[in-house]
Design a protein around this ligand. Structure first.
Ligand code: ATP
Ligand code: MG
Length: 562
């Protein structure tokens, strides 16, 4: 089956949705939800889930709710709620006011639990967590029934009410569903539905001291909200029979939400579990959740990724039923592709060395015309000051060059982008260190760019005026880990031993004066170097840029070999 707008085939979830629409299932309603747990900031894996659930709703004229899965009061925080909302909006999606919380349903879930007890389908167990785990048995051998399994309904009601009323300490009792201790699916062996936790909840305060487990809360929340397609990652596949069982107990009409699982997004050279990301933040390996090296949405945004590039990435990766690991080079390729179209070109010298044009008058400034973006006809031009003293990249000069080096060297000529051809006539070195301090040149006044002079040289390099120039802090970010799989460690080392010690280098660069008005969030291509964005720390008198990505496209190399 084909997608009507493009020739792209439908993914398996779209197939299911279209079939349901043809059968007029749920009266033709399509309603999805995105259910983050507010225990950390969203990462690029969540971006995939967001694009999928919100995307399906958009494509089929349906709705998508935002539901915070806040059933664990200990790890959750309002600070994360706000950041999650900001990230979804930034990605270009909106829940149209349908912002819900699993905790909104605690009362209803409690009522349903009572109903379950009354039907003889749940019981209060007093064995310890370890005992419960042991008595579950192994997938290949049946579990053992708890001695409390056959309590009377009355006794169960009294104990469960007592649990709710705070009569028992944490961990002393749980409510379990009474299903099947010999089911081949371990999740069906009398799963725990409620546990006691005397903890302050970020929304319900201390109203509750029992909290529902994921399996009891999730499907029921879907049901309350009228969700038709509940899309989640593959690790929940094994929970599906329990999801259906729980709904079976409470649903009273034809309508039931359907859980569909897809493969989570995995990326190499990074980690994605919130537990690990939290560790990187708390142990100071990165500045915060939005550190530009983090795979979080806020980190990628600060790094200079655009919402379009993340949506394109998710689209290219696609929706599948089997797990795989995506090469981070693809993500870098996609952002490069987007920035190539939109980022104005500027000249910035990261490692400056001074050039003095000996035959150019002191105090003279010529304004050289430069194209803002050759990929964008509407981008226009700007003027760059050309003066006797300039800066070029120190590695664009070699005193004793190897054979194929065509940039600047003694006696050799290069073109300065948008300006003149210059020739190196001499150098001045630091007496102590031997480092080249000044490169002396002459320029050929007949070769001014844009004047029709056709003389060609083998290389063109970028430059900035040393007299009319700005200083900037440039943060050169690189991959967070040195190995594709951070868990690929030496004996005794953990995943953190694979952190890239060079994931951030800071340099003081010289940037063209047109950047004096650059504001945080703007994207630029530093010609011949890479794509950069203005950091939130940037000030008019102290510009700060983050490297989004270099110009070298490894993905092109990888995919041409395939
Ligand atoms: P993590 O395992 O990374 O700590 P999580 O699954 O605990 O994340 P939730 O807040 O529960 O995080 O996730 C919200 C939704 O996002 C869920 O539906 C989950 O399936 C989906 N999701 C989480 N990680 C990924 C991923 N890597 N790829 C695609 N979807 C994901
Ligand atoms: Mg989760």
């Amino acid at each position: 089956m084909e997608n009507s707008e493009t020739t792209k085939p439908l993914n398996f979830i779209e197939e299911i949705v279209e079939q349901d629409l043809r059968n007029n299932k749920n009266g033709g309603r399509i309603h999805t939800r995105f259910p983050p747990e507010p225990n950390g900031c969203l990462h690029i894996g969540h971006a995939k889930a967001i694009c999928l659930s919100f995307g399906i709703a958009k494509k089929y004229n349906g709705k998508c709710n935002l539901r915070f899965d806040d059933t664990n009061p200990v790890t959750e925080d309002v600070e994360y709620v706000d950041s999650i909302k900001e990230d979804i909006h930034w990605l270009g999606f909106d829940w149209e006011g349908r912002e819900f919380y699993a905790s909104d349903y605690f009362e209803k879930l409690y009522e349903w639990a009572i109903k379950l007890i009354r039907k003889g389908k749940a019981y209060v167990d007093e064995t310890s967590a370890e005992e419960i785990s042991v008595s579950r048995g192994k997938p290949t051998q049946p579990g053992k029934e708890s001695p409390f399994r056959n309590r009377s309904v009355e006794e169960n009601l009294e104990l469960f009410t007592g649990m709710k009323d705070g009569k028992f300490p944490d961990g002393s009792k749980v409510l379990r569903a009474k299903i099947d201790m010999s089911s081949p699916n371990m999740h069906m062996r009398d799963p725990v539905l409620y546990r006691i936790k005397h903890a302050l909840h970020h929304r319900t305060g201390n109203k509750w001291c029992i909290y529902p487990m994921y399996d009891w809360a999730h499907g029921q929340s879907d049901y309350i909200e009228g969700i038709t397609h509940s899309l989640c990652t593959l690790e929940f596949e094994i929970h599906r029979p329990l999801y259906d069982w729980c709904l079976e107990q409470v649903a009273d009409g034809d309508y039931k939400p359907r859980q569909i699982e897809f493969a989570r997004l995995n990326l190499n050279y990074t980690v994605m579990s919130k537990r690990r990301l939290l560790q990187l933040v708390h142990e100071g390996y990165v500045e915060d959740w939005n550190d530009p090296r983090m795979p979080t949405i806020s980190g990628l945004r600060r790094r200079g990724y655009t919402p379009e590039s993340l949506r394109n990435f998710v689209d290219i990766v696609g929706i599948a039923k089997r797990e795989n690991v995506i090469d981070i080079a693809l993500l870098e390729h996609v952002v490069r592709d987007d920035l190539n179209k939109i980022a104005p070109r500027v000249m910035v010298v990261l490692n400056p060395v001074k050039v003095i044009i000996k035959n150019y008058p002191e105090g003279q400034t010529e304004w050289m015309k430069a194209e803002n973006n050759p990929e964008d006809e509407c981008a226009g031009t700007r003027e760059l000051p050309f003066t006797r003293e300039l800066y070029i990249e120190s590695d664009d000069f070699i005193e004793d060059p190897p054979k194929k080096f065509f940039r600047l060297s003694p006696g050799n000529e290069v073109r300065l982008k948008n300006a003149y051809i210059i020739k190196c006539t001499g150098i001045v070195k630091d007496a102590d260190t031997g480092v080249v301090k000044e490169i002396h040149c002459t320029c050929d006044p007949e070769t001014k760019s844009g004047t029709g002079n056709a003389r060609k040289v083998k290389a063109t390099i970028h430059w900035v005026s040393a007299e009319q120039v700005l200083d900037a802090e440039v943060r050169l970010y690189d991959r967070l880990f040195t190995k594709p799989d951070p868990d690929d460690t030496e004996v005794g080392g953990d995943w953190k031993s694979n952190l890239n010690p060079d994931s951030l280098k800071v340099v003081n660069a010289k940037v063209e004066v047109s950047l004096s008005k650059a504001v945080p969030g703007e994207h630029y291509q530093f010609q011949r170097i890479g794509y950069f964005c203005v950091d939130q720390d940037s000030q008019p008198d102290r510009l700060v840029f983050n490297r989004t990505v270099t110009l070298r496209d490894e993905w092109a190399k990888i995919s041409s070999k395939k």
